[in-house]
Design a protein around this ligand. Structure first.
Ligand SMILES: C[S@@+](CC[C@H](N)C(=O)[O-])C[C@H]1O[C@@H](n2cnc3c(N)ncnc32)[C@H](O)[C@@H]1O
Length: 476
């Protein structure tokens, strides 16, 4: 049996990490429940195929579909264990989509017609279970066949579903490893963008890293060594505490209630450090929610104003700061409309972006985003940055960051911005200025991390979110 995804990590500070491995015996066998005309486990598989359709065919982000309050009705109708199973199936089906497609297509005489999406999703949902999850093969196959029979679009293909999936189950020991080795686990547009930016070898390493669930990183208020011991993790060179697999939900871990730490990928913790000493300074955190960087700036001694356009996300930031025992001024507004009475000593702008640096956590991103989205987001970021630099006093520093791997949202945007913007000068990060950041400095003094960086003993404990950060100064 292959690796078993067993949790879903969420945005920094935003919520708990759920630890619910799909187990044999639950929602596994398609027997009838007493007094229930539904086949056990079928509703979960139907929901998984329905949500996979929403991600692949309608480019709907998975997080929204699986939100416990506002998610898809078919998902919300499931109990907690089935929701966890559906998430595990979907994350796996998306993370390994190209390998699954390769092994399925070997078993089809000719490719499925483009309009056979319902059939394709049933096959992918079952294949994810057969190849990677701890679900008995017979249950995965039988439920897929029952599902196919129950849907008028697929009922005539139930024999094909049965034949293809049984063949896959028989051959997986022999065929899975070579298929994984031969497959680039991403859509073509994404592979091309990565290759253009990083070259073939690094792209292979990034895509290999995307096959693994990200470990969980904690930024601690103090005493990383102590918290590493209490949480069962290690201390990274950056001071972050890293845990490969959590033993409990985040909210149940020691230190959560006391506000001793928050969940934040170590790459996400780097931009706020680039100001150097900010004790007593007035600092604006723009696009601040859910507040990981706000917390860092406050702990560094700054007087922080946190700005975000989303009232809901700002409310979550308020809750997070409250738990951590920290305070900031909160301003719910579109940044482009924000005109504070006084200019700030420093400004951090962590922009909304394509999130292509977070594929380990969000394997739907390459399938829901397009190059047109990346370009649109780059244009928005350029506008936000142009406004952000007007909010800092002459001589003050600005840090611009995002979690995209694409240079048109990072290196290229920044270089063009400097050329086109009078009154703003580059303030490159110097080698040795922050010794632990040297491995991530570019030749021009910007910061670049990728999931292929921070290689430790095993893939499960390695990697960083993809981040770009640059530092500049207002000259007049
Ligand atoms: C990448 S997240 C920020 C993460 C945050 N800096 C942290 O470290 O926790 C981007 C944020 O930008 C906000 N945002 C998007 N467009 C905005 C705008 N025009 N003005 C202000 N905030 C905006 C979103 O609501 C979202 O909370």
């Amino acid at each position: 049996m292959g690796p078993q995804p067993n949790r879903t990590a969420q945005c920094p500070l935003e919520g708990s990490v759920v630890v619910t491995p799909p187990r044999r015996g639950h929602s596994g066998n398609p027997q009838h429940r007493a007094g229930d005309s539904n086949v056990a486990g079928l509703a979960a598989r139907k929901a998984a195929a329905r949500l996979l359709a929403a991600v692949i065919d309608a480019r709907t982000p998975l997080d929204g579909l699986t939100d416990n309050e506002h998610g898809h009705p078919q998902y919300k109708a499931l109990d907690g264990r089935d929701r966890a199973l559906v998430r595990a199936i979907l994350v796996t089906a998306l993370r390994h989509r190209m390998t699954i497609a390769r092994l399925l297509s070997k078993r089809l005489e000719k490719p499925l017609p483009p309009n056979a999406t319902a059939l394709s999703h049933i096959l992918h949902v079952a294949a994810a279970q057969i190849l990677f999850l701890d679900v008995p093969d017979s249950a995965a196959v039988d439920l897929a066949v029952t599902h196919a029979k129950s849907d008028p679009r697929t009922t005539r293909f139930s024999g094909l579903v049965n034949g293809v999936l049984r063949s896959l189950a028989r051959a997986k020991q022999e065929e899975l490893a070579p298929a994984l080795a031969a497959t680039s686990e991403a859509p073509q547009w994404f592979v091309e963008r990565l290759t253009a930016a990083y070259g073939a070898e690094k792209t292979r390493a990034i895509l290999a890293a995307h096959r693994h669930e990200a470990p969980v990183d904690f930024t601690v208020k103090a005493d990383s060594a102590l918290w590493a011991e209490r949480l069962g993790g290690i201390v990274l060179t950056t001071g972050t505490v890293r845990v490969e697999k959590l033993a409990a939900n985040v909210t149940d871990l020691p230190g959560f209630a006391d506000g001793a730490w928050w969940v934040q990928d170590t790459a996400a913790s780097l931009p706020a450090r680039l100001f150097g000493g900010i004790k007593g300074q007035r600092v604006a955190d723009l696009c601040a929610a859910p507040g990981g960087k706000t917390a860092q700036l406050i702990l560094a001694g700054a007087e922080v104003t946190a700005v975000d356009t989303s009232k809901n996300r700002l409310a979550r930031l308020a809750q997070n700061l409250d738990r951590l025992g920290l305070t900031a001024e909160l301003v719910p507004t579109d940044l482009l409309d924000y005109r504070p009475a006084r200019l700030f000593d420093a400004v951090l702008l962590d922009t909304p972006c394509s999130s292509t640096g977070t594929v380990r956590r969000h394997p739907d991103v390459p399938w829901t985003k397009t190059m047109a989205d990346v370009e649109k987001l780059a244009a928005l970021q350029r506008k936000l940055l142009a406004h952000a630099v007007t909010l800092v006093r002459p001589g003050g520093r600005i840090v611009f960051s995002n979690c995209s791997l694409d240079p048109i949202e990072g290196e290229e945007l920044y270089s063009a911005f400097l050329t086109e913007t009078p009154g703003v000068i580059d303030d490159p990060i110097r080698p040795g200025e922050f010794a632990d950041l040297d491995p991530f400095l570019t030749s021009v003094g910007t910061l670049r991390t990728t999931p292929a960086d921070m290689v430790l003993e095993s893939p499960g404990i390695s990697g960083l979110d993809g981040f770009f950060a640059a530092r500049m100064r207002r000259s007049f």
